[in-house]
Design a protein around this ligand. Structure first.
Ligand SMILES: NC(=O)c1ccc[n+]([C@@H]2O[C@H](COP(=O)([O-])OP(=O)(O)OC[C@H]3O[C@@H](n4cnc5c(N)ncnc54)[C@H](OP(=O)(O)O)[C@@H]3O)[C@@H](O)[C@H]2O)c1
Length: 256
């Protein structure tokens, strides 16, 4: 089966492509670096020729409110149009658990718009909502700085490893479209401020983490229910400490 991975050079995409190939699929990593741009349309028709599935694990280069909305709207519209022309039978997109509860955030308004375009299109689809990646825990501090201290809300969340995200997305990509949303998450819950504090200590990062109930996440007020998945979520196996022990200097993401 030919499967095109949009954002194939990114954190999730670069883990997903080899997993699909290991299972005998023709996985094509597509991103601007490889001449495929979903904003301009460059290289899209060629990349999608004879493809059965498109997996969109791209992300906007800018997270400024207007820029991120323009990215996800334009990219998703272009993808769905080119997929229809190429006869693609399954569009898989990676989104975030709790997206619909995060509309105060410009980033998440853009994810809501992305999901809406997919639901309204004629292409059979599967939306995979993942929790925050372990690789992003340090990034949570980076986007939460007030002066020289990181202000994090002490709310529950259930992060997961990027590798488990890629495994779950791969399984869904090779299955039948569900025409709905699947939630995926990690095996354990943490308080966000506590896990960020722990991760900074592991990295030798001296920044202080303040538990601040009024601190926002990506511009949105959140509580214990916002980022936690429902009972039917599929859970990854990798525990945080196992991941941290395996990749003590794992490349952290700048933000999300
Ligand atoms: N961070 C989290 O904790 C989290 C949690 C749940 C879900 N998610 C979702 O996961 C998805 C992927 O995140 P990620 O961290 O893996 O992303 P990432 O590492 O930032 O990678 C983004 C990818 O998008 C590609 N891209 C950028 N502009 C493009 C364009 N115009 N056309 C085609 N490709 C383009 C990039 O290509 P180049 O390398 O060529 O620039 C790169 O391959 C996002 O949609 C995000 O919302 C994130």
């Amino acid at each position: 089966m030919k499967i095109v991975v949009i954002g194939g050079s990114g954190l999730i995409g670069s883990k997903l492509v080899p997993k699909l190939r290991e299972h005998g699929h023709e996985a094509v990593a597509a991103s601007p670096d490889s001449g495929v741009n979903t904003i301009t349309g460059e290289g899209l028709a060629e990349a999608l020729r004879d493809a059965s599935v498109v997996v969109d694990v791209s992300n906007s280069p800018s997270w400024e409110d207007a820029a991120v909305m323009k990215f996800f709207e334009t990219s998703t519209r272009n993808l769905l149009t080119y997929e229809a022309a190429a006869g693609v039978g399954h569009h898989v997109a990676l989104s975030v658990v709790g997206t619909q509860r995060l509309s105060e955030s410009g980033y998440f308004r853009a994810k809501i718009a992305q999901e809406q375009l997919i639901k309204e299109s004629s292409i059979p689809y599967s939306i995979v909502q993942a929790t925050q990646f372990f690789e992003f825990v340090k990034g949570l501090a980076d986007i939460s700085m007030v002066g020289d201290k990181a202000h994090l809300p002490p709310v529950l969340f259930q992060p997961m490893s990027a590798d488990d995200v890629a495994t779950a997305v791969g399984k869904i990509a090779v299955g039948s479209p569900i025409n709905g949303t699947v939630e995926i998450a990690g095996p354990e819950q943490f308080r966000m401020d506590e896990l960020v504090r722990r991760r900074l200590a592991q990295l030798g990062d001296a920044r202080e983490v303040i538990a601040d109930p009024n601190a926002l996440y990506s511009g949105a007020k959140i509580d214990d229910r916002t980022l936690v998945p429902g009972n039917n979520a599929r859970l990854g196996e990798t525990r945080f400490e196992t991941w941290a022990g395996q990749v003590p200097h794992a490349k952290s993401q700048p933000a999300a």
